[in-house]
Unconditional design. Structure first.
Length: 213
């Protein structure tokens, strides 16, 4: 559909006001909101994510596309809720306690939103207890943790241990990432997955849902 292609194209180029206007137009033309979301917005963000992964575009381009996506989703959200259209899943994300770095974490959050997930971003310096309490409160499917300092990585193990204590282990998937984090570390602490960049984080979260379906 031409209008959805226009939404995708303008989103890829970060034209947020145009994307919002076209989304409103699509709603007025009675295009189902899930079609607008999947074939317009998410289709556009998929291209953005792929281009970023291949170093064809850079972080500012991704941020502009994300702003367009978020603006359009504000238009669609009430309609999606009204129609009972489920989001793919909920992800709680944050940088762990005593770690104030959040550029990588922010990018992961943006790309996950762009892929159709609801993201609850706790920011940085997040204690283990908060990851667990918010995941329970929000009925989240995934906890994603980032660390850029080796000294803060033990918080990740604490979250995994608390998930076990709360009977959540295996029910909520736990993903870890960040410069000093590695796949062997993730396996050692009992996390479900290690993610090395934003695009891989989206692939990892999507794989969790394929496992569960």
């Amino acid at each position: 559909m031409e209008l959805l292609s226009q939404i995708s194209f303008n989103l890829q180029n970060g034209f947020d006001e145009t994307v919002i206007d076209l989304t409103k137009e699509a709603v007025e033309k009675r295009i189902p909101p899930d079609e607008i979301m999947n074939n317009g917005l998410i289709a556009g963000m998929n291209v953005v994510g792929e281009k970023f992964k291949n170093h064809e575009i850079f972080l500012p381009d991704v941020l502009l596309a994300a702003r367009a996506m978020n603006g359009a989703m504000e238009v669609l959200k009430p309609l999606l809720i009204k129609d009972g259209i489920p989001i793919k899943g909920k992800v709680v994300i944050g940088s762990v306690k005593d770690d104030l770095h959040d550029i990588g974490k922010n990018l992961v959050a943006i790309l996950l939103k762009g892929a159709g997930f609801e993201v609850i971003d706790l920011g940085n310096d997040v204690p283990a207890e908060q990851f667990i309490s918010v995941a329970i409160e929000e009925n989240a499917h995934v906890i994603g943790m980032s660390a850029l300092l080796t000294t803060t990585m033990p918080v990740m193990k604490k979250v995994v241990d608390m998930a076990k204590d709360e009977g959540l282990y295996g029910k909520i998937k736990i993903m870890v990432g960040g410069a000093p984090v590695s796949k062997p570390f993730a396996e050692e602490i009992g996390a479900d997955a290690y993610s090395y960049d934003g695009a891989n984080a989206v692939e990892t979260v999507e794989s969790f849902f394929r496992e569960d379906s």
